[in-house]
Design a protein around this ligand. Structure first.
Ligand SMILES: Cc1cc2nc3c(=O)[nH]c(=O)nc-3n(C[C@H](O)[C@H](O)[C@H](O)COP(=O)(O)OP(=O)(O)OC[C@H]3O[C@@H](n4cnc5c(N)ncnc54)[C@H](O)[C@@H]3O)c2cc1C
Length: 378
């Protein structure tokens, strides 16, 4: 039986483990945290993410708990409609808490050996790639036929392919919270664009609502009370936004600076090694596609893992995944530059005027391109 080591037990790593198990591999997942858990709030899963989950036999489990989060379009801070929703496929968006999605994935990899408190420090590519790690305080080494680097934006595995790719801090930050559903909660995922500030609200499982507030901010700053800081950042938005952001959160409000990887990777693979998810193509969340891309990567790897030759598998994986994910990385950055990064009110008003003129059909075609994906044939 061929052996794979997956580094990282986030959404991407667990999904990759599931795909490899289904293809008949023995799988070990190494996770540096002391327990399997996902940090975060809500995530919107579009048609492409659901197709990836279907390929991993998990689509129905996710649809059973997630809620319909059909895109409702984009509004100005005061609520004027800018871009209409893409109404052509009402079954295409599911809103779900990230911890719920993570639990479904974790439950599905029971046949893998999952090792927590295991920090990978270096990966040596080769026909039998070697992994150096610190496991429960002890230095150890493991070998396998394939190592999958699903260790997020600050990936250590990435150094086996390229070690000089700087992570870009972007200059914006994002607060996220989960609150109980309210009478005025929009029926699907809705965004509001202000000047240098953006808010999104989306229903998720458990009769809850996920909100985020993204704003320009100095890198690495923290507020004494992040919930109050998020409320202050959303001050100029319409009442429905302020009501959701200021409602009592079910857990402390999270704050993360928004970071991205440049598209400088010429390959996602080295002998015996593949990068997946944020480790390969961390993108700004402006398109809501980061987790979806990790799921697409994992489903693709799962299909290709049936091939006998690992080099051929890796070549096909790189050819299928790199062009698409790097296009979305670039697009997410362009959306960021023309929306969240626009701080001056006059320029924001100009942007709103332009967005207002974009025909619904054009928005639908762009969204359809992004969400149109299916796994390779087995
Ligand atoms: C504000 C915000 C909103 C977002 N909204 C959406 C959305 O609506 N839809 C969407 O699709 N995406 C969204 N995303 C993006 C999405 O969250 C990420 O793209 C996705 O979680 C990446 O998953 P991953 O498994 O690749 O990496 P991660 O989730 O970062 O997981 C990496 C794992 O590896 C472990 N690890 C790291 N280093 C090591 C090591 N050396 N050894 C062992 N283990 C290690 C970590 O502990 C972690 O468990 C959003 C992101 C942000 C910041």
């Amino acid at each position: 039986m061929r052996e794979a080591i997956v580094v990282g037990a986030g959404i991407g790593g667990l999904a990759a483990a599931k795909g490899l198990l289904d293809a008949g591999w023995r799988v070990t997942v190494l996770e540096e945290a002391s327990a399997l858990r996902e940090v975060g709030a809500g995530v919107a899963l579009g048609r492409n993410a659901l197709a990836a989950l279907d390929a991993l036999d998990l689509g129905d489990a996710v649809r059973a708990v997630g809620v319909d989060a059909l895109l409702q379009g984009v509004r100005t801070a005061q609520g004027t409609r800018l871009l209409r929703a893409t109404e052509f496929d009402s079954s295409s968006f599911v809103g779900i808490h990230r911890t719920t999605l993570h639990r479904i994935l974790a439950d599905a990899v029971g046949d893998a050996e999952v090792v927590t408190d295991a920090t990978v420090v270096r990966v040596h590519p080769g026909a039998r790639p070697r992994v150096e790690l610190v496991e429960a305080g002890e230095q150890r080494e493991r070998v396998a036929d394939l190592v999958v680097g699903a260790d997020g934006i600050d990936s250590v595995v990435r150094a086996a392919i390229r070690d000089d790719l700087p992570v870009d801090p972007s200059g914006s930050t994002c607060w996220r919270g989960v609150v109980a559903r309210r009478d005025d909660t929009p029926p699907g995922a809705t965004q509001w664009y202000g000047a240098g500030t953006e808010v999104g609200i989306m229903p998720i499982d458990g009769d809850r609502v996920f909100w985020y507030v993204a704003a320009r901010a100095r890198v690495g700053t923290a507020a004494p009370d992040e919930h109050s800081a998020a409320i202050a950042a959303a001050r100029g938005f319409e009442e429905v936004v302020r009501a959701h952001v200021s409602a009592e959160p079910e857990a402390p409000v999270l704050r993360h600076d928004l970071r991205l990887l440049p598209t400088g990777l010429r390959t996602f693979v080295a002998p015996g090694v593949a990068l997946l998810g944020d480790a390969a193509h961390a993108m700004l969340p402006t398109l809501g596609q980061g987790a979806a891309m990790a799921l697409e990567d994992a489903a693709t790897l799962g299909v290709l893992a049936a091939r006998d030759d690992v080099d051929e598998l890796l070549g096909a994986y790189d050819a299928l995944r790199r062009p698409r994910t790097q296009s979305l990385q670039r697009l997410a950055y362009e959306v960021y530059r023309s929306c969240l990064a626009v701080r001056q009110p006059v320029l924001a008003a100009l942007r709103n005027g332009i967005l207002h003129l974009v025909p619904t059909l054009a928005a639908e075609i762009a969204t359809d391109w992004m969400l149109r994906w299916s796994p390779p044939r087995r």
